[in-house]
Design a protein around this ligand. Structure first.
Ligand code: GLA
Length: 377
């Protein structure tokens, strides 16, 4: 089974946009291995939009790689990626053109799936621009879902219709292993906050086999690249990454790994956060506090395997402050005879056993994440 856990990897779009090439992919593959990211779980290296010529081959009707960007073709790139112990991903679109106006797969689904299989592709991101209005979204994704099953190679199907047509209700039925549920992220606190808030009611639509994808990570972009929009601080990037992990979201790196900062690398390799994201049970987090969005202070709880929980205290407001939490609102009754023991995953410090109201000080735009257990009093 593909995608038993949220897929992890790298995607070119956030940093490179149209400026992709054989060289960029090989250097990124090298970086993923040398920096220990492959060993931390990031296995897919995905080429997003803008990889092909503007038109299909007039005779074979195949999509043709841009010879200036990829002079040796895609199989050579894919072979290199595989030689590094990574998996190779590509991009197409359910419409007649991709979002950046290259050929889309509409009415060529089976031919394109075979072409991707010939390249040695392991992952296909499938976008939603320029689709004929005569055919509905679910059928477009069913077509490529079936084409990928027929092509003779195991290819992870990453749907990307930005949450249209109530996608969370039907996407699993198309065979997709992950699905974008929101519009595009950009490199700002406002963008990732809005994305997270928009999906808080849809966390249950994510499970082994098919995960809610809230878009590629912006961690470490610092205001540079294709989706630049002012950038974030390291504390904000940690809040972003921790939210994605509490949501069991796919973790697709979007910064330039060839120049990644030490702080970003530490965050992307944070074992405790990745463990929360990749927990084998992939249970949806729930909101613990009653009116979380009013002041931007949110407590999330996620049941983990082995009788553990993750508690995330997120201060998405503009002011430092205390975030209240009542264990009762997570399920621990006052007369239970148990307490909730919280251990800060960053410092490793156990901050105490709680049976009643507690509050955690969290700076604006930051978060504190705890592992928790119930212990008998
Ligand atoms: C859409 C997708 C993005 C990216 C671009 C490429 O906007 O949502 O993630 O793939 O297309 O053009």
């Amino acid at each position: 089974m593909l995608a038993k856990r949220p897929p992890m990897g790298f995607n070119t779009w956030n940093t490179f946009g149209t400026h992709i090439s054989d060289k960029v992919i090989r250097e990124t593959a090298d970086a993923m291995v040398e920096l220990g990211l492959r060993d931390a779980g990031y296995e897919y290296l995905v080429i997003d939009d803008c990889w092909s010529k503007r038109d299909r081959d007039p005779v074979t009707h195949k999509i043709v790689p841009d010879p200036e960007k990829f002079p040796d073709g895609m199989k050579a790139v894919s072979d290199y990626v595989h030689s590094k112990g990574l998996k190779f991903g590509m991009y197409s679109c359910a419409g007649v053109r991709t979002c950046a106006d290259y050929p889309g797969s509409f009415d060529h689904e089976y031919l394109d799936a075979e072409t991707f299989a010939e390249y040695g592709c392991d992952f296909l991101k499938y976008d939603f621009c320029f689709r004929p209005k005569t055919i509905d979204g679910p059928l477009l994704y069913r077509r490529m879902g079936m084409a990928l099953k027929a092509c003779g190679r195991e290819i992870l199907f990453s749907a990307c219709n930005w949450g249209s047509d109530n996608v969370h209700q039907w996407i699993r039925s198309t065979g997709a292993q992950m699905y974008r549920s929101t519009g595009d992220i950009n490199d700002s606190f406002k963008s990732f906050k809005e994305i997270a808030m928009s999906q808080i009611g849809n966390l249950g639509y994510s499970a082994p086999g098919c995960f809610n994808d809230i878009d590629m990570l912006i961690c470490g972009m610092y205001g540079k690249g294709n989706v630049a929009n002012g950038g974030c601080t390291d504390a904000e990037y940690r809040t972003h990454f921790a939210l994605w992990c509490m949501f069991s979201a796919p973790l697709m790196i979007g910064c330039d790994l060839r120049t990644v900062s030490d702080e970003t690398l530490k965050l992307l390799k944070d074992k405790e956060l990745i463990r929360i994201d990749q927990d084998e049970e992939a249970r949806p987090a729930f909101v613990v506090n009653a009116h979380p969005w009013e002041d931007g202070k949110v407590v999330l709880c996620k049941h983990l395997a082995d009788n553990e929980y993750a508690f995330g205290f997120f201060n998405l407001s503009e002011r430092d402050g205390k975030i209240p939490m009542y264990p009762g609102e997570a399920g621990l009754t006052a007369n239970s005879g148990y307490a909730l023991e919280l251990t800060d995953i960053e410092s490793g410090e156990c901050i105490g056993r709680f049976t009643d109201y507690t509050s955690i000080q969290v700076p604006a735009h930051a978060c504190r994440i705890f592992r928790a257990r119930t212990v008998r009093l």
